[in-house]
Design a protein around this ligand. Sequence first.
Ligand code: NDP
Ligand code: GDR
Length: 370
Amino acid sequence: MKKCLITGITGQDGAYLAEFLLKKNYQVHGLKRRSSLFNTDRIDHLYQDPHVENRNLHLHYGDMTDSTNLIRLIQEIQPDEIYNLAAMSHVAVSFETPEYTANADGIGTLRILDAVRLLGLEKKTRIYQASTSELYGKVQEVPQSETTPFYPRSPYAVAKMYAYWITVNYREAYGMFACNGILFNHESPIRGETFVTRKITRAASKIALGLQDKVYLGNLDAKRDWGHAKDYVRMMWMILQADEPEDWVIATGKTTTVRDFVRMSFGEAGIELEFKGEGVNEKGYVVSCNDPKYQLEKGTEVVAVDPRYFRPTEVDLLIGDPSKANNKLGWVPKYQLQDLVKDMMQSDLKLMQKDTYLKDGGYRIMNYFE
Ligand code: NDP
Ligand code: GDR
């Protein structure tokens, strides 16, 4: 039985990857930060009571900023594969917490690589590093491939650039099987609520159900190459099964504006939107609502721009060229963007429907000090 360690197991990708690797009969070890609440919602369906014998999922407390913790865990687990997914992964937040982001995302990667070296596991343990299309930042060339130069545009991207190169360096210096997956944006029904796609699908669902009036967004012109997280975690595993350690771009090869993602999401609830105005004055209005379940009047303003969501430096356009992964590893995404939007909207409509039952039943959120 192969053993793996997933850092960031409580995140979107960590949860999908854990499920995927458990199905492949791995013994899965996950690194989890201590928090004041459980924070295991995404993996609760995989959880096994510690008293169960021969269980395959093991959670360990730890943190990417704590070297001794990482060294001890890797020594205890002796993993065949490490998937380093843990990171402060929000680009906008990294402008608020640049030093912490550099520590967790940049030096955190070094801590993993060096722990493996220190423990003499260079030839045993394969390492996947969660690199990102944010490395491309300011557009140098499109579509972006493994050979496109980097130009990071946020503290997050700069930290990830260190992580990218230290992974390459340890591979070259110590012969380690350490690889970067340069993944373009990937989303799902369990995407964090403050990333733009999930913010949109949650809001579109609430607005359709009459639980919210409007959603405020930032730059509607930004273009992203959005795929489904399920397709991308499969590729993480494939990268570590390859004959040689290499770096890989994973993307769909198509790009879409945030504005169109908004249109598509409302469209899934039968609501047609029209955008009027420009820049901070741009607004989205309901043109029609053909689903009788939702009663949204024509002309209702449901989207507005709030400059607080603009970033000091923006990444305007991302579109990846996944030819290398297609040709050498046979990776082809199963989900198209429309399938992704549908999956997210169906899930959020169901989730928000619960709130309507609570509201209709007379329940409301209580303040603790009431
Ligand atoms: P999430 O934000 O959903 O998950 C991040 C995970 O990292 C969470 O489990 C989080 O724990 C954990 N984490 C954060 N800081 C620390 C720390 N200091 N110590 C230990 N754990 C920590 O991200 P995704 O699942 O979307 O992304 C996974 C990885 O892939 C990240 O590295 C991200 O930067 C990268 N990436 C993501 C892309 C995407 O589109 N999703 C694209 C390209 C790269 P907690 O639950 O406690 O917060
Ligand atoms: P990104 O994802 O920065 O690409 O990083 P995010 O969904 O946060 O932003 C995508 C684009 O949408 C614009 N935008 C908004 N973004 C947010 N979060 N909230 C808004 O209200 C809003 N309005 C417009 C942004 O300006 C941006 O252009 C994600 C993360 O998962 C990273 O960890 C990962 O490395 C990259 O994808 C690839």
